[in-house]
Design a protein. Structure first.
Ligand SMILES: [Ca+2]
Ligand SMILES: [Ca+2]
Length: 80
């Protein structure tokens, strides 16, 4: 997966098959806006976590195959 430098990500977080919007801040804050199927509107902001990592070290993908995206810190990807 190629990680966009601006922190914008689209991935299905709740398993409804519609991509949700995930913002990863420069220091690893993660905010989710669920796709409410009423473009261009999104759900209210859901603050999830702050991983205290540069965003380059965070990947979002369905890692366990359950149909919902997962957030994975990858410290080895953080530039030194
Ligand atoms: Ca979704
Ligand atoms: Ca998953």
């Amino acid at each position: 997966m190629i990680y966009p430098g601006d922190g914008s990500n689209y991935c299905d977080m709740d398993g409804d098959h519609y991509a949700d919007y995930i913002w990863v801040g420069p220091t690893g804050s993660i905010d989710i806006y669920i796709n409410i199927k009423n473009a261009p509107h999104w759900s209210n902001h859901i603050g999830v976590a702050n991983l205290n990592l540069p965003r380059e070290g965070i990947r979002i993908a369905d890692l366990d195959g359950d149909g919902k995206c997962d957030v994975s810190p990858c410290r080895h990807l953080v530039p030194k």
